[in-house]
Design a protein around this ligand. Structure first.
Ligand SMILES: [Zn+2]
Length: 307
């Protein structure tokens, strides 16, 4: 199944941190560290490197709902457009460049980037998501936590798309991610914006925080990154989310079941007319991002390593 990605990549041994050359066109033969002798196995084309998320926040059923919603729900296609447009503006032509998506989930973003001609690699700690990613892309997929990224100086682009808001210490994840970048590479980060827009949906989604520009700037700088660009997106949907916030603000999570139910509701595809309208609203984020619009429900930032 792992076939289309060219060449060899080096991955750090999770036991002794020695670089192991990995011909990932193989994808099946166990990989043995020549330094410490530890052997790593593949599970249906996914490299099992370190900790796997058996204690996932969500049952496998949630990943099935997510994978089903992504190709249809306005938010996911809209976010892909914003990510690829911002990336093109920063690095130019995407074809032929390499990208690592940390917290790649079901691989919906990776698949779009592979279609744009990039050599893709995904990392996630949840096998339930990675199994969908395996069906969607040909690139190397690694099961490992975002706090132990096993790559050094290898990628043109590293992405953290709606990942760091789930982590207790965002700058540790950003620092790990930045080490996977080539010195000329860039990191692309998206996060939910505006702490005042916090609702029960954030809580149900496992968010630790929503971001101001200052918070994201501080986290990136603390991780040794220099910010090239940062802007709001989801500009036109901001009033919709602000209204949703007003409606939801007084509720509290009743139980774990309640939490799962709210998360599943947030993945429900809206009726066709609303879905199409919101899709157009998100497409408008791309030309709007050339203007200094001071509001939006999400933030996207691009940074590079400070040498
Ligand atoms: Zn080793």
């Amino acid at each position: 199944m792992v076939a289309a990605s060219p060449g060899t990549i080096s991955i750090l041994c999770a036991t002794c941190h020695q670089a192991i050359g990995l011909d990932y066109a193989a994808g099946k033969t166990p990989i043995r560290c020549t330094e410490c002798g530890h052997t790593y196995h593949w599970d249906n084309g996914i490299l099992l490197l370190g900790e796997t998320g058996n204690q996932s926040d969500y049952p496998d059923e949630s990943y099935a709902l997510l994978a089903d919603a992504e190709p249809r729900h306005f938010w996911f296609a809209g976010r892909n457009q914003v990510i690829t447009a911002t990336m093109r503006r920063t690095v130019g032509q995407l074809a032929g460049r390499s990208v690592l998506d940390i917290g790649c989930g079901t691989g919906f973003v990776l698949a779009a980037l592979e279609q744009a001609g990039m050599t893709v690699c995904g990392l996630d700690m949840h096998m339930a998501g990675l199994r969908y990613a395996r069906q969607r892309t040909h690139g190397l997929l690694v099961c490992e936590t975002a706090t132990r990224v096993p790559f050094v100086d290898q990628f043109d682009v590293v992405m953290l798309c709606d990942v760091i808001e789930h982590t207790p210490d965002d700058s540790i994840v950003l620092r790990e991610a930045s080490q996977a970048l080539k010195s000329s590479g860039v990191i692309v980060v998206t996060v939910p914006a505006n702490p005042h827009m916090w609702t029960i949906v954030d809580e149900a989604s496992g968010h630790k925080r929503r971001y101001t520009k200052a918070m994201l700037t501080a986290a990136m700088e603390q991780a040794g990154l220099h910010i090239l660009t940062m802007h709001y997106f989801n500009n036109l949907l901001y009033p919709v989310q602000a209204l949703q916030r007003r409606l939801l603000k007084r509720r509290a999570l009743a139980s774990a079941d309640d939490r799962l139910q709210i998360f599943h509701q947030s993945l429900r595809v809206p009726p066709p007319l609303i879905n199409a309208t919101f899709r157009i609203a998100m497409a408008a984020d791309i030309p709007l991002s050339y203007l200094p619009i001071p509001f939006g429900a999400s933030l996207i930032a691009v940074g590079e390593r400070r040498e």
